[in-house]
Design a protein around this ligand. Structure first.
Ligand code: NAD
Ligand code: USQ
Length: 428
């Protein structure tokens, strides 16, 4: 299949692009490298030293003989995304290209506005580009389990059958998101559902849980293919953070009581779920929703699992309970259905001691890159403005062909281009 991976320089997108390429699909990545820029803005960096895109793609070509092209640009720029769709003519577009950190969206007004504009406008542009130039293309959109919040009833996969005053209907499952970021995903879901209804587009909304791990078979082939491993308070997801904390003897930062329960999955399952969705597309006009996670854990359970795994590699791991910087239930009912992807063939990688050993070992290997000041949360949901560390001066701007929007962004959208702009091919 011809598959376009939007956001293919990111954590899930890079692993997915390699996986799809290894499975014989023709893959094109599109990314504006904004994520590398946000790291500069916040003064954070991935634990693992990720390489510039041209180096990544060269290594992939040398190791496998497979070519992945990369188009550099911003999907909030309609000219860019429509030209990607027109020129490549994909069978499927996998859309990861969003600002995805809840804490980032809660820093202050600018970051909230930026997150919602970036995510909602990018997705809207994509929907129009598909309608105009590739209406039969299947949109595989990364949504999030956090769209549902933590209701006191079982969570269904996207829709719920309701009987009300003697009448029945199947309606979208109620949404109670917990951050301006999570809200942006709800807005996306509504726009996608509407576009499928009016234009007959086909879409799969993958409501993904929290992802952990960094290695896939493809990423493990060479150091130059290494994937992100974020551990900072903004972009680090909880299990990856706990492993980095354990590696350097920092107490695990459980927020509040730790009863916050979420769905989790290994990044190796992320890539497989995306392929399963691509291989069996939604029907024209259909907007289907899959809950993409494999296991549920509370934060405190995860901390205890990491503590036990730490003991095996002679790490003494302590658990701290910090005041919860977020506004969320610290103890609650949680039971979310997640059977559709398994029915389609997913064989989950469950959280195991061996995986935690390998995550801890990666964290130990790169421990010199860990900045312990990035562990404690500084963004409090209750504040309309959170002061973080002073801005790090970004490297000088390179020439830019990527479009950018004129709204009130928290930084200059094209001030840094971590991997240049334009069209990369292997060998450049
Ligand atoms: P990431 O930040 O590592 O990657 C996102 C990529 O998209 C980056 O490379 C960034 O430069 C690019 N991007 C952002 N806005 C763009 C724009 N306007 N134009 C072009 N490129 C743009 O994030 P990730 O962890 O890989 O997450 C990918 C997707 O999966 C997101 O939509 C996120 O909401 C969803 N998701 C992630 C997780 C998780 O635990 N990481 C869990 C559930 C859902
Ligand atoms: N948490 C802690 N300690 C920490 C970090 C987090 O207790 O040091 C808690 C949080 O309060 C929250 C839970 O762990 O209750 C998960 O937090 P997280 O930062 O790992 O995940 P979240 O903010 O929900 O966001 C991540 C991704 C996002 C994706 C989402 C899936 O960054 O892109 O949408 O997971 S879900 O949670 O299902 O919505």
């Amino acid at each position: 299949m011809k598959i376009c991976v939007l956001g293919g320089d990111g954590y899930c997108g890079w692993a997915t692009a390699l996986y799809l390429s290894s499975r014989g699909h023709q893959v094109v990545i599109a990314d504006n490298f904004a994520r590398r820029q946000w790291d500069y803005e916040l003064g954070v960096q991935t634990l693992t030293p990720i390489r510039p895109m041209p180096e990544r793609l060269r290594a992939w070509k040398q190791l496998t003989g497979e070519t992945i092209d990369c188009l550099s640009g911003d999907i909030t720029d309609y000219e860019f995304i429509s030209s990607v769709v027109r020129s490549f003519g994909p069978d499927a577009v996998v859309h990861f290209a969003e600002q995805r950190a809840a804490p980032y969206s809660m820093i202050d007004r600018k970051h909230a506005v930026f997150t919602q504009v970036n995510n909602v406008v990018g997705t809207l542009n994509l929907l129009f580009a598909l309608r105009e130039f590739q209406p039969d293309c299947h949109l595989v959109k990364l949504g999030t389990m956090g769209e549902y919040g933590t209701p006191n009833i079982d969570i269904e996969e996207g829709y719920i059958a309701i009987e009300h005053n003697g009448r029945k209907d199947v309606l979208p499952f109620p949404k109670q998101p917990g951050s301006f970021y999570h809200l942006s995903k709800v807005h996306d879901s509504h726009n996608i559902m509407f576009a499928c209804k009016i234009w007959g587009l086909r879409a799969t909304d993958l409501n993904q849980g929290v992802v952990y791990g960094t290695m896939t078979d493809e990423v493990a082939l060479a150091e130059a293919l290494i994937n992100r491993f974020d551990y900072d308070e903004i972009f680090g997801t909880v299990l990856n953070r706990f492993c980095a904390q354990a590696a350097v003897g920092h107490p695990l930062t459980v927020y509040g009581k730790g009863g916050q329960t979420r769905g989790y999955l290994d990044i190796r399952d992320t890539v497989r779920c995306v392929e399963l969705a691509c291989l069996k597309p939604a029907r024209p006009g259909e907007c289907r929703v899959f809950n993409q996670f494999t296991e549920q854990y509370s934060v405190l359970e995860l901390a205890r699992i990491v503590q036990a795994a730490g003991r095996k590699v002679n790490l003494h791991v302590e658990i701290d309970h910090l005041p919860d910087p977020r506004v969320e239930a610290e103890e609650h009912y949680y039971n979310a259905r997640h059977s559709k992807l398994v029915e389609m063939g997913l064989k989950p990688h469950l959280l195991s001691e061996s995986l935690l050993d390998s995550l801890l070992n990666i964290a130990i290997r790169y421990q010199d890159r860990i900045d312990r000041s990035l562990f404690l949360p500084k963004v409090n949901w209750r504040n309309a403005r959170n002061e973080r560390r002073p801005k790090v001066t970004a490297p000088a701007a390179e020439s830019s062909s990527a479009g950018h929007s004129s709204y009130d962004a928290p930084f200059e959208p094209n001030a840094v281009s971590a991997a240049g702009n334009g069209h990369f091919e292997q060998g450049e």
